[in-house]
Design a protein around this ligand. Structure first.
Ligand code: BES
Ligand code: MN
Ligand code: ZN
Length: 496
């Protein structure tokens, strides 16, 4: 990650210069006059007007007295309409245009300190890259942005605004890394160990192995895990940031918020095995868990004034002689039995046990689960919106609003008795699939059977956890969808 510094406006002598320009406005006068009006002329020739998303690169501008290597102009859109997300995206767009520049100076002095900090955050979000397994790439091929200087009139305020944003970005990076890791490295035990590292941020971490899970009666989760040579885990992470007075244990302590993630480190489908083409994508079937871990890191990293628990159910879904069979009946922690018709509908089995445990142990204020749960949600919504299902209109609206604010958007999907009927089994309390029609909805209905009257939302992120194309603040690959969204939800409504 580049280093971010904040400084009073002064023309850089070298490196790249980023100009963030509102629609219809002139470029930074000091830079333009140093170039003898060349920057303004170049932007005019390129028909750059400062529209949102527009950009223009000027290589080696003639600026006597220095060796500025490039000017990157990025449009902010209309003054007065610039949001935090807009500033982040402008920063991200700029970062992508910096090629192999080691140092960039960003003329952000026209922005409020908060928006300047957001632009810096967007640059970091876009510049991130997972390099652990590239051993032959030459240094001359690697991006090398090492330092960014943000120009602002109020250095102290911009720096203060940037600190918590950088903590959230670190949470995003943790999630992206976990999701990008290959499944031979990141099996359930290893993912649990990565959770353990959050202790350094003040998070309390508990890890449950197969013995403990058996004692808790997690028959559904264990049924999924039984085909794999890699043992399952459940991890419970606690962040107690509400403060001593209102803290947990106190009689007036508010109940914690609960976040629950599906963590299938590889989903082969099990005995109901998936087709070979595209199966490699199923390494990111732990995306929900990855998001919960990154969110806990974000909340702890910015010392959020809230009590939150994060629970992840970690398994690998494999076919083998010990694997569960279609037609097996498993007993969940809730006591309800499930006929496993399709071993590829495994995520809901994992979530059923973890959700039941979560509400009984913590009586949380709400539960939000995240899961790469169904291909059907991709058929319904594509890759631009995740599906949200909820038994509470207020919570659903809060989450959707946070989605609009962070660009992690959600579309509300229905829950209804009639869909629930599709889960009827001839031998057990329910079956684990409801047939093709409304596949994402029947999956949500299945999960709801393990929600015992608690306020709850289910986010089906199968279409949004990974992206095949770059976005301004999200390089293609693991998106960490949900980290910024839920961090914002907490900040806007649950920290007081
Ligand atoms: N992990 C998959 C869902 C998925 C599919 C995520 C494609 C991302 C991309 C899930 O475990 C699964 O296999 N779901 C099945 C359910 C079906 C058997 C009822 C599906 O969607 O096909
Ligand atoms: Mn599956
Ligand atoms: Zn799955």
């Amino acid at each position: 990650m580049p280093d971010f510094a904040f400084a009073k406006p002064a023309l850089p002598k070298a490196g790249a210069l980023v100009l963030l320009i509102a629609e219809g406005e002139a470029p930074w006068a000091a830079a333009d006059s140093a170039s003898g009006g060349g920057i303004a002329r170049a932007l005019k020739a390129a028909e750059f007007t400062g529209k949102k998303g527009q950009s223009c690169t000027i290589l080696a501008p003639a600026m006597p007295g220095g060796t500025v290597s490039r000017v990157v102009a990025v449009g902010l859109g209309k003054t007065g309409e610039l949001t935090r997300l807009g500033a982040e995206e402008a920063g991200g767009t700029a970062a992508a245009l910096l090629a192999r520049e080691p140092h960039a100076t960003v003329a952000a002095q026209g922005l409020t300190p908060g928006l300047a900090a957001a632009a810096a955050t967007g640059m970091a979000l876009r510049a991130w890259r997972f390099d652990r397994y590239r051993t032959t790439e030459k240094d001359s091929e690697k991006p090398r942005l090492a330092k960014v200087t943000m120009l602002t009139e109020d250095v102290a305020a911009a720096r203060a605004a940037h600190t918590p944003m950088a903590a959230v970005a670190d949470g995003v990076f943790l999630t992206r890394e976990l999701v990008a890791e290959p499944p031979n490295v990141l099996n359930p035990a290893e993912l649990a160990e990565r959770c353990r590292r959050l202790e350094a941020l003040g998070v309390k971490v508990e890890i449950f192995g197969p013995k403990e899970l058996k004692k808790l009666g997690f028959g559904a989760l264990l049924g999924v895990a039984q085909g794999s040579a890699n043992e399952p885990r459940m991890v419970v992470m606690h962040w107690n940031g509400a403060g001593a007075r209102a803290g947990r244990g106190h009689k007036d302590a508010p109940a914690p918020l609960a976040f629950i993630g599906k963590g299938v480190t590889f989903d082969s489908g099990g005995i109901s095995i998936k087709p070979a083409a595209g199966m490699e994508d199923m390494k990111w079937d732990m995306g929900g868990a990855g998001t919960v871990v990154g969110l806990m890191a974000a909340l702890a990293g910015r010392r959020a004034k809230v009590d939150a628990v994060g629970l992840v159910g970690l398994v690998e879904n494999m076919p083998s002689g010990t694997a569960q069979r279609p037609s097996d009946v498993v007993r969940t922690a809730s006591g309800q039995t499930v006929e496993v018709i399709n071993t590829d509908a495994e995520g809901r089995l994992v979530l059923a046990d973890v959700i039941w445990y979560c509400q009984n142990r913590f009586a949380p204020r709400f539960m939000i689960d995240l899961a790469t749960l169904t291909g059907a949600i991709i058929v319904a919504l594509g890759h631009d919106y995740a599906g949200i299902f909820s038994n509470d209109d207020t919570l659903a609206k809060q989450i959707q609003d946070a989605g609009e604010a962070t660009g992690e958007k959600l579309w509300r999907m229905p829950l209804a008795e009639t869909y629930d009927k599709q889960l009827k089994s001839d031998i057990a309390d329910m079956k684990n699939v409801g047939g093709r029609p409304g596949g994402a909805i029947t999956a949500a209905q299945f999960i709801q059977r393990f929600v015992n009257g608690k306020t709850w939302a289910h986010l089906d992120i199968a279409g949004t956890a990974w992206s095949s194309k770059d976005a301004p603040c999200v390089p293609k690959g693991a998106t960490a969808f949900g980290v910024r969204l839920l961090d914002r939800l907490v900040a806007d409504h649950y920290e007081k």
